[in-house]
Design a binder for this molecule. Structure first.
Ligand SMILES: Nc1ncnc2c1ncn2[C@@H]1O[C@H](COP(=O)(O)OP(=O)(O)OP(=O)(O)O)[C@@H](O)[C@H]1O
Length: 289
Protein backbone atom coordinates (compact mmCIF):
# COMPACT_ATOMS: atom_id res chain seq x y z
CA UNK A 1 0.00 0.00 0.00
CA UNK A 2 1.38 3.45 -0.84
CA UNK A 3 1.79 6.31 1.61
CA UNK A 4 -1.13 8.14 -0.01
CA UNK A 5 -3.58 5.25 -0.03
CA UNK A 6 -3.17 4.26 3.61
CA UNK A 7 -3.31 7.83 4.88
CA UNK A 8 0.28 7.89 6.07
CA UNK A 9 1.62 11.43 6.27
CA UNK A 10 5.03 10.80 7.83
CA UNK A 11 6.90 7.53 7.61
CA UNK A 12 10.17 7.00 9.47
CA UNK A 13 12.08 3.81 8.69
CA UNK A 14 15.16 2.42 10.50
CA UNK A 15 16.26 5.94 11.43
CA UNK A 16 19.70 6.23 13.06
CA UNK A 17 21.76 9.04 14.50
CA UNK A 18 25.01 8.60 16.42
CA UNK A 19 26.99 11.16 18.40
CA UNK A 20 30.61 10.04 18.89
CA UNK A 21 29.61 6.41 19.16
CA UNK A 22 26.50 7.12 21.26
CA UNK A 23 23.40 5.80 19.51
CA UNK A 24 21.01 8.64 20.29
CA UNK A 25 18.48 7.23 17.80
CA UNK A 26 19.01 3.58 17.12
CA UNK A 27 17.08 2.30 14.10
CA UNK A 28 13.57 3.48 14.93
CA UNK A 29 10.53 3.14 12.65
CA UNK A 30 7.15 4.79 13.11
CA UNK A 31 4.53 6.71 11.19
CA UNK A 32 2.03 9.50 11.63
CA UNK A 33 -1.25 9.27 9.75
CA UNK A 34 -3.21 12.24 8.50
CA UNK A 35 -5.16 13.92 11.28
CA UNK A 36 -3.41 11.86 13.93
CA UNK A 37 -1.80 13.12 17.15
CA UNK A 38 1.24 10.98 17.93
CA UNK A 39 3.31 11.59 21.06
CA UNK A 40 6.81 10.43 21.83
CA UNK A 41 7.54 9.96 25.51
CA UNK A 42 10.50 8.46 27.35
CA UNK A 43 13.01 9.15 30.10
CA UNK A 44 15.54 11.98 29.79
CA UNK A 45 18.14 11.31 27.11
CA UNK A 46 16.09 8.60 25.40
CA UNK A 47 16.34 10.26 21.95
CA UNK A 48 13.05 12.16 21.65
CA UNK A 49 14.42 15.58 20.69
CA UNK A 50 17.03 14.00 18.40
CA UNK A 51 14.14 12.27 16.59
CA UNK A 52 12.31 15.59 16.16
CA UNK A 53 15.55 17.23 14.97
CA UNK A 54 15.95 14.51 12.35
CA UNK A 55 12.35 14.76 11.16
CA UNK A 56 12.56 18.56 10.83
CA UNK A 57 15.97 18.59 9.10
CA UNK A 58 17.88 20.29 11.91
CA UNK A 59 20.34 17.38 11.80
CA UNK A 60 20.98 14.61 9.27
CA UNK A 61 20.59 10.90 9.99
CA UNK A 62 23.41 8.37 9.77
CA UNK A 63 20.95 5.91 8.30
CA UNK A 64 17.31 5.27 7.53
CA UNK A 65 14.62 7.14 5.62
CA UNK A 66 12.02 9.80 6.33
CA UNK A 67 9.09 10.15 3.95
CA UNK A 68 6.59 13.02 4.07
CA UNK A 69 3.51 12.72 1.93
CA UNK A 70 5.29 10.26 -0.34
CA UNK A 71 8.50 12.33 -0.73
CA UNK A 72 11.86 11.40 0.80
CA UNK A 73 13.13 14.24 3.01
CA UNK A 74 15.94 12.78 5.12
CA UNK A 75 18.59 14.70 3.15
CA UNK A 76 16.62 17.96 2.86
CA UNK A 77 17.52 21.00 4.98
CA UNK A 78 15.12 22.52 7.49
CA UNK A 79 13.92 25.33 5.18
CA UNK A 80 13.10 22.85 2.43
CA UNK A 81 11.29 20.62 4.94
CA UNK A 82 9.30 23.61 6.23
CA UNK A 83 8.26 24.35 2.65
CA UNK A 84 7.33 20.73 2.31
CA UNK A 85 4.89 21.03 5.20
CA UNK A 86 6.53 20.42 8.56
CA UNK A 87 6.62 23.27 11.09
CA UNK A 88 8.02 22.98 14.58
CA UNK A 89 8.57 24.57 17.95
CA UNK A 90 11.63 24.08 20.11
CA UNK A 91 12.20 22.58 23.56
CA UNK A 92 13.57 25.83 24.95
CA UNK A 93 11.19 28.14 23.06
CA UNK A 94 12.78 30.24 20.33
CA UNK A 95 11.49 33.67 19.44
CA UNK A 96 13.27 36.73 18.07
CA UNK A 97 13.52 38.77 21.24
CA UNK A 98 13.50 42.28 19.78
CA UNK A 99 10.74 41.61 17.23
CA UNK A 100 7.06 42.13 17.99
CA UNK A 101 4.66 39.23 18.32
CA UNK A 102 3.26 40.00 14.85
CA UNK A 103 6.73 40.18 13.27
CA UNK A 104 7.77 36.95 14.95
CA UNK A 105 4.79 35.22 13.37
CA UNK A 106 5.51 36.85 10.01
CA UNK A 107 9.19 35.89 9.99
CA UNK A 108 8.32 32.21 9.63
CA UNK A 109 6.37 33.01 6.48
CA UNK A 110 9.33 34.81 4.88
CA UNK A 111 11.66 31.91 5.36
CA UNK A 112 9.34 29.69 3.36
CA UNK A 113 7.98 32.07 0.71
CA UNK A 114 8.24 30.19 -2.53
CA UNK A 115 10.94 30.63 -5.09
CA UNK A 116 9.26 33.32 -7.22
CA UNK A 117 11.60 35.75 -5.47
CA UNK A 118 14.65 33.56 -5.15
CA UNK A 119 17.12 36.29 -4.34
CA UNK A 120 15.12 37.76 -1.47
CA UNK A 121 14.30 34.34 -0.17
CA UNK A 122 17.99 33.54 -0.15
CA UNK A 123 18.78 36.81 1.63
CA UNK A 124 16.10 36.14 4.24
CA UNK A 125 17.27 32.63 4.87
CA UNK A 126 20.85 33.77 5.14
CA UNK A 127 20.00 36.57 7.54
CA UNK A 128 17.59 34.62 9.68
CA UNK A 129 19.56 31.44 9.89
CA UNK A 130 23.13 32.63 10.14
CA UNK A 131 23.03 36.22 11.34
CA UNK A 132 19.81 36.33 13.35
CA UNK A 133 20.74 39.43 15.35
CA UNK A 134 21.41 41.41 12.17
CA UNK A 135 18.17 40.14 10.70
CA UNK A 136 16.27 41.22 13.82
CA UNK A 137 17.83 44.68 13.69
CA UNK A 138 17.00 45.03 9.99
CA UNK A 139 13.38 44.00 10.50
CA UNK A 140 13.00 46.14 13.62
CA UNK A 141 14.23 49.25 11.72
CA UNK A 142 13.16 48.69 8.11
CA UNK A 143 10.30 46.26 8.60
CA UNK A 144 9.77 42.90 7.01
CA UNK A 145 10.25 42.82 3.26
CA UNK A 146 7.20 42.02 1.15
CA UNK A 147 5.60 43.21 -2.06
CA UNK A 148 2.18 44.88 -1.76
CA UNK A 149 0.52 41.73 -3.10
CA UNK A 150 2.32 39.54 -0.57
CA UNK A 151 1.66 42.05 2.20
CA UNK A 152 -2.12 41.53 2.08
CA UNK A 153 -1.76 37.76 2.26
CA UNK A 154 0.85 37.89 5.00
CA UNK A 155 -1.17 40.33 7.12
CA UNK A 156 -4.25 38.12 6.85
CA UNK A 157 -2.31 35.05 8.02
CA UNK A 158 -0.65 36.91 10.89
CA UNK A 159 -3.97 38.35 12.07
CA UNK A 160 -5.70 34.98 11.96
CA UNK A 161 -2.93 33.46 14.10
CA UNK A 162 -3.15 36.32 16.60
CA UNK A 163 -6.93 35.74 16.64
CA UNK A 164 -6.33 32.11 17.54
CA UNK A 165 -4.60 33.28 20.72
CA UNK A 166 -6.64 36.49 20.93
CA UNK A 167 -7.05 36.72 24.68
CA UNK A 168 -3.31 36.25 25.23
CA UNK A 169 -1.54 37.64 22.17
CA UNK A 170 -4.12 40.18 20.91
CA UNK A 171 -3.20 42.88 23.45
CA UNK A 172 0.51 42.17 22.94
CA UNK A 173 0.64 42.02 19.14
CA UNK A 174 3.06 44.98 18.80
CA UNK A 175 5.12 44.32 21.92
CA UNK A 176 8.66 42.98 21.59
CA UNK A 177 8.99 39.31 22.44
CA UNK A 178 11.49 40.02 25.23
CA UNK A 179 8.71 41.76 27.18
CA UNK A 180 6.37 38.74 27.01
CA UNK A 181 5.74 36.18 29.71
CA UNK A 182 7.32 32.79 29.10
CA UNK A 183 3.92 31.28 28.25
CA UNK A 184 3.21 34.03 25.71
CA UNK A 185 6.58 33.42 24.04
CA UNK A 186 5.64 29.77 23.68
CA UNK A 187 2.24 30.78 22.25
CA UNK A 188 3.97 33.11 19.79
CA UNK A 189 6.20 30.24 18.72
CA UNK A 190 3.22 27.93 18.19
CA UNK A 191 1.39 30.70 16.25
CA UNK A 192 4.47 31.12 14.03
CA UNK A 193 4.50 27.41 13.27
CA UNK A 194 0.75 27.30 12.59
CA UNK A 195 0.97 30.31 10.26
CA UNK A 196 2.76 28.01 7.82
CA UNK A 197 -0.38 25.84 7.71
CA UNK A 198 1.81 22.79 8.13
CA UNK A 199 0.75 19.31 7.12
CA UNK A 200 2.53 18.18 10.27
CA UNK A 201 2.99 20.29 13.39
CA UNK A 202 5.97 19.18 15.48
CA UNK A 203 5.95 20.36 19.09
CA UNK A 204 8.89 19.80 21.43
CA UNK A 205 7.68 20.06 25.04
CA UNK A 206 5.19 22.88 24.40
CA UNK A 207 4.27 23.09 28.10
CA UNK A 208 7.80 23.02 29.53
CA UNK A 209 8.07 25.68 32.23
CA UNK A 210 4.31 26.30 32.28
CA UNK A 211 2.12 26.16 35.37
CA UNK A 212 -1.00 24.02 35.68
CA UNK A 213 -3.49 26.51 34.24
CA UNK A 214 -1.18 27.45 31.36
CA UNK A 215 -0.69 23.74 30.63
CA UNK A 216 -4.48 23.23 30.65
CA UNK A 217 -4.78 26.05 28.12
CA UNK A 218 -2.24 24.39 25.82
CA UNK A 219 -4.12 21.11 26.15
CA UNK A 220 -7.37 22.82 25.14
CA UNK A 221 -5.62 24.36 22.12
CA UNK A 222 -4.16 21.02 21.11
CA UNK A 223 -7.58 19.41 21.34
CA UNK A 224 -8.99 22.18 19.16
CA UNK A 225 -6.25 21.64 16.56
CA UNK A 226 -6.86 17.92 16.68
CA UNK A 227 -10.61 18.43 16.15
CA UNK A 228 -9.76 20.59 13.12
CA UNK A 229 -7.79 17.66 11.67
CA UNK A 230 -4.25 18.94 12.31
CA UNK A 231 -1.62 16.16 12.31
CA UNK A 232 0.71 16.59 15.27
CA UNK A 233 3.94 14.93 16.42
CA UNK A 234 4.45 15.82 20.06
CA UNK A 235 7.23 15.33 22.59
CA UNK A 236 5.99 16.07 26.09
CA UNK A 237 6.87 15.08 29.64
CA UNK A 238 3.44 15.86 31.14
CA UNK A 239 1.83 12.46 30.80
CA UNK A 240 -1.70 13.52 31.69
CA UNK A 241 -1.68 15.84 28.69
CA UNK A 242 -0.10 13.16 26.48
CA UNK A 243 -2.65 10.54 27.46
CA UNK A 244 -5.56 12.95 26.88
CA UNK A 245 -4.59 14.35 23.50
CA UNK A 246 -2.80 11.47 21.76
CA UNK A 247 -4.22 8.93 19.33
CA UNK A 248 -1.01 6.96 19.63
CA UNK A 249 1.95 7.05 22.01
CA UNK A 250 5.49 5.96 21.16
CA UNK A 251 7.79 5.20 24.10
CA UNK A 252 11.55 5.56 23.61
CA UNK A 253 14.39 4.42 25.83
CA UNK A 254 18.08 4.32 24.93
CA UNK A 255 17.41 5.49 21.37
CA UNK A 256 14.93 2.69 20.66
CA UNK A 257 11.17 2.36 20.62
CA UNK A 258 10.24 0.09 23.51
CA UNK A 259 6.47 0.37 23.22
CA UNK A 260 3.84 1.88 20.97
CA UNK A 261 0.07 1.95 21.07
CA UNK A 262 -3.06 3.74 22.18
CA UNK A 263 -2.66 5.67 25.44
CA UNK A 264 -4.55 3.02 27.44
CA UNK A 265 -2.36 0.25 25.98
CA UNK A 266 0.88 2.08 26.73
CA UNK A 267 -0.18 2.80 30.32
CA UNK A 268 -0.48 -0.94 30.96
CA UNK A 269 2.79 -1.90 29.23
CA UNK A 270 5.22 -3.23 31.82
CA UNK A 271 8.29 -2.24 29.75
CA UNK A 272 7.07 1.35 29.90
CA UNK A 273 6.46 1.28 33.62
CA UNK A 274 9.95 -0.20 34.07
CA UNK A 275 11.60 2.43 31.87
CA UNK A 276 10.01 5.19 33.92
CA UNK A 277 9.78 3.76 37.38
CA UNK A 278 11.88 0.61 37.63
CA UNK A 279 15.11 2.42 36.80
CA UNK A 280 13.98 5.60 38.51
CA UNK A 281 15.01 7.76 35.58
CA UNK A 282 13.28 10.63 33.89
CA UNK A 283 9.88 11.16 35.37
CA UNK A 284 10.38 9.42 38.70
CA UNK A 285 7.14 9.29 40.65
CA UNK A 286 4.79 9.34 37.66
CA UNK A 287 2.14 6.68 38.11
CA UNK A 288 1.54 5.05 34.76
CA UNK A 289 -0.35 2.09 36.10
N1 LIG B 1 24.48 17.36 19.60
C1 LIG B 1 24.73 16.33 20.41
N2 LIG B 1 26.00 15.94 20.65
C2 LIG B 1 26.28 14.89 21.45
N3 LIG B 1 25.32 14.14 22.08
C3 LIG B 1 24.03 14.51 21.89
C4 LIG B 1 23.68 15.60 21.06
N4 LIG B 1 22.32 15.72 21.05
C5 LIG B 1 21.86 14.74 21.85
N5 LIG B 1 22.88 14.01 22.35
C6 LIG B 1 22.77 12.87 23.24
O1 LIG B 1 21.85 11.96 22.65
C7 LIG B 1 21.03 11.36 23.65
C8 LIG B 1 19.58 11.64 23.35
O2 LIG B 1 19.33 13.04 23.55
P1 LIG B 1 17.92 13.71 23.29
O3 LIG B 1 18.06 15.16 23.57
O4 LIG B 1 17.41 13.30 21.97
O5 LIG B 1 17.04 13.02 24.42
P2 LIG B 1 15.58 13.40 24.94
O6 LIG B 1 14.84 12.11 25.06
O7 LIG B 1 15.00 14.46 24.10
O8 LIG B 1 15.91 13.95 26.40
P3 LIG B 1 15.13 15.09 27.28
O9 LIG B 1 13.84 14.47 27.70
O10 LIG B 1 16.06 15.30 28.43
O11 LIG B 1 14.97 16.29 26.40
C9 LIG B 1 21.49 11.94 24.99
O12 LIG B 1 22.41 11.04 25.56
C10 LIG B 1 22.17 13.23 24.59
O13 LIG B 1 23.18 13.59 25.51
Amino acid sequence: MTAESNGTLLSVQRLERHFDGLKAVDGISFSVHRGEVVSIIGPNGSGKTTTLNLVTGAIRPNGGTITLDGDRIERADSARIAEHGIARTFQNGRVFATLSVADNIEVGLHTTLRAHRPFRRLANLFLLRWIPLLAELYIAIVGTPASRRERATIDAVVESEIDRFEARLGPRRDDPAYSLSYANRRRTEIARALALEPKLLVLDEPTAGMNQSETAEVLAQLLELKAAGQSILLVEHKLDLVMTVSDRVIVMDGGRIIAEGRPDEVRRDTAVVEAYLGRRRGLGGVDLA
